[in-house]
Design a protein around this ligand. Structure first.
Ligand code: DGJ
Length: 696
């Protein structure tokens, strides 16, 4: 619901359990008033204005708190260079509109600069079933003469009430070690989280959580924001001299500019925000619910158990080899068979073939139909790996179109993984990619694409373009366009987001995909932490997790099959090992565990997720419709130091819960106060799966 108090010029946006308020100040600037627990309009009008205690000539009374800061001593969310060289903006208010209905409400505040032909719209959207507030900005050149140089256009700026201290939670990592959760004090001055790689990135992921330092899994106030953008991005936190914390975020890193021609508009992606009073767990659950309802295109579906060939065959793909794997995959219960890299062009390694998207005639003499028919005969859906944004210089595509890659005139073209990036900001590249993907899907009854992207941008430019900075944003828009068109034309097609594992997971790509490949690191022991970080914002139903071979190809760790399964069962389970090397007994055990996963899948994928425990014993609890599933993992613990039991959460203390496997009846109150009794053998890499049903 959105209300407006014309006397105090305050807007109040109410979500089911929170409120956000902003004021139109005397200088025409919309500024933060409140973000937190529910308030009435009258209460919002009574929120005291922030006063800088120093009040010195080295501070500015209006420096902080703008909804879209354009000047001041903090980071400017909007920076424009006008034709006269000036960069000042003084807003004039043109009015506002509220639209929507009972499902959502949408506020648009319209502003223009007092001197220059620049208009802005600040957008706010709230849904009736979510506490997430979506914000974005639209700029328009309202003149007829010279273009405007946009130096920075963030989607929104967020601020929290004054706290005694601030702690930032975010994830950081690298290829095969994504999503490592960090919690650290926000220093004074500025903190920048960014990606300059053209993708949202392995290094940091475009979301943050802020608390006062004392929040835990179930308690405490947490403010968070997440950006719906899959290219390079920047979030800048500013802890002012007066200890106020605001942050601003949007697409593009520093130096990515955009020339706005007369009559043209630029719309930013959404930078969504969420306040929760119930700790990090409550924050994660609210994001999960929002993503399932409002971001994913088919969020209410259950995801199938995948078999993926990558770790088994690498580039050594053959029709017979894939059929052998498919037979074994069907035997262990896979529902979707995905042939990974290596099926096309001269693709025998990462050195050649990218860009030539026809089946390799040596590997598939009669095309893909034979394999696909066999996969379908085995009762599985068929999926295939593609990397549409890339080209190897050793390819027919590159030989024909060397100018299609991102590059700068007369500069080297840096190869990473022996490949270059195709410029998806060029309409002819987008048309080419859409054409071959559409034909591939249409001609082969393909149910699923694993859309990969395996290198960062370098020398990102488009010679001859009058506005080369656009490539960073145009590229992502081109990728979105192809995905959107494919989904619209092939409604049953499902897509997995992948960028060398979890290098491109964000609310933007999840709007047009169904799951994400979390990490190329499939070692279950490492995965516990990776999955822990992933799930801070992104829901289980999107987190692809395979069981692969042991010892693990990256870490050399030898882990029990059961442990590997129990870790992967905390996401969208898949199998990615070389099944031809698994013993019959291992395949039988795998089939039993896959069958068990299918039984608990509705609870795991669509239930409410609670994180449990502290290392070495951690776990996940899922709750749906009176059923509770607990997965528990103990990494390594010294003999004689038994780990602290996992205390379950959010049960009915007065209810009883029956263990579906042993028949043991537990009291909800006891499970929450004293934990779930587990018989875990040995000291290292033991795990358990417990299914409980509420009986009273
Ligand atoms: C990177 C992906 O993350 C892997 O799963 C695999 O698809 C390879 N690319 C294939 O080149």
């Amino acid at each position: 619901m959105i209300e407006f108090d014309p006397r105090h010029r305050i807007w109040l946006l109410s979500t089911p359990t929170t409120a956000y308020a902003l004021r139109l100040d005397e200088d025409g600037t919309p500024r933060h008033v409140h973000w937190g627990r529910p308030l009435t309009l009258e209460q919002a009008a009574a929120v005291p204005r922030f006063r800088d205690p120093a009040d010195s000539s080295f501070e500015h009374p209006r420096a902080d708190g703008a909804e879209l800061p354009v000047a001041g001593f903090g980071p400017s969310a909007l920076q424009v260079r006008f034709p006269d060289g000036g960069q000042e903006i003084e807003w004039r208010y043109d009015g506002h509109t509220v639209d929507g209905g009972h499902l959502f409400s949408h506020l648009t505040i319209r502003l223009h600069d007092r001197l220059h032909p620049l208009a802005a719209e600040l957008h706010y959207r709230v849904h009736e079933d979510s506490d997430v507030l979506e914000r974005w900005t639209v700029l328009r050149h309202t003149g007829e003469d010279a273009p405007l140089e946009l130096l920075r256009v963030d989607a929104a700026s967020w601020g929290v009430p004054l706290l005694a201290g601030y702690r930032l939670s975010h994830v950081t990592g690298a290829w095969s070690s994504e999503f490592r959760l960090r919690r650290e004090a926000v220093p004074g001055g500025e903190t920048v989280l960014t990606s300059r790689r053209g993708v949202s990135g392995h290094h940091t992921n475009p979301w943050i959580m802020i608390d006062g330092g004392g929040a835990d899994e179930e308690h405490g106030e947490v403010w968070s924001s997440a950006l719906a953008w899959s290219g390079s991005w920047r979030i800048t936190l500013h802890r002012s001299p007066a200890e106020r914390l605001c942050w601003s975020g949007g697409f593009g890193h520093e130096g990515v500019t955009w020339r706005l021609e007369p009559g043209e508009s630029l719309e930013t992606p959404v930078f969504a925000g969420l306040y929760r009073p119930d700790g990090f767990g409550g924050t994660s659950r609210s994001w999960h619910d929002y993503i399932a309802r409002h971001v994913l295109p088919a969020g209410s579906e259950l995801r199938p158990v995948v078999y993926n060939s990558w770790e088994a065959t690498g580039w050594a793909v053959t029709e017979d080899g894939q059929k052998d794997l498919a037979a074994l995959a069907a035997e262990v219960g896979a529902e979707l068979f995905v042939m990974d890299d290596g099926w096309f062009g001269a693709r025998d390694s990462d050195e050649a073939g990218l860009g030539d998207w026809a089946p390799n005639p040596g590997k598939f003499p009669a095309g893909l139909h034979g394999l696909i028919a066999e996969v379908h005969r085995l009762g599985m859906r068929f999926g295939i790996w593609v990397e549409p944004e890339m080209v190897n210089p050793d390819s027919d595509l590159y030989r024909a179109h060397p100018d299609w890659v991102l590059h700068q005139p007369d500069r080297r073209r840096t190869l990473l993984r022996n490949q270059l990036v195709l410029d998806f900001g060029r309409p002819e590249v987008v048309a080419w990619a859409h054409d071959w993907l559409d034909r591939l899907v249409r001609d082969h009854e393909i149910d699923f694409l694993k859309w990969d992207m395996n290198r960062a941008f370098t020398e990102a430019g488009r010679p001859g373009s009058s506005d080369p900075g656009r490539v960073w944003i145009d590229h992502v828009r081109g990728v979105y366009e192809v995905m959107d068109r494919l989904r619209a034309d092939h409604p049953r097609l499902r897509i997995e987001a992948c960028a060398g594992g979890g290098g491109r997971v964000d609310l933007g790509v999840l709007r047009r995909t169904d799951e994400a490949w979390t990490s190329d690191n499939t070692d279950a022991a490492d995965r516990i932490a990776i999955q822990h970080g992933y799930g801070q914002i992104y829901p289980t139903r999107t987190m692809a997790a395979w069981v692969t071979d042991s010892p693990h190809f990256l870490t050399g760790r030898d882990l029990p099959l059961r442990f590997r399964f129990h870790v992967a069962m905390a996401g969208v389970l898949g199998v990615g090992g070389d099944l031809t090397r698994w013993s019959a007994a291992e395949r039988r055990e795998a089939a039993e565990l896959v069958a068990l996963y299918k039984e608990i899948r509705p609870v795991v994928q669509h239930g409410v997720h609670h994180r449990l425990g502290e290392p070495p014993l951690t776990g996940a609890q899922y709750v749906a419709d009176g059923r509770v599933v607990v997965l528990a993992w103990r990494r390594s613990s010294p003999f004689g130091a038994p780990p602290v039991p996992l205390r379950l959460r959010a049960l009915d203390p007065g209810a009883r819960y029956r263990d579906e496997d042993t028949g043991t009846v537990h009291h909800g109150a006891v499970l929450m106060a004293h934990g779930l009794p587990l018989e875990l053998p040995g000291t290292d890499y033991a795990s358990a799966l417990v299914r409980l049903t509420r009986i009273t």
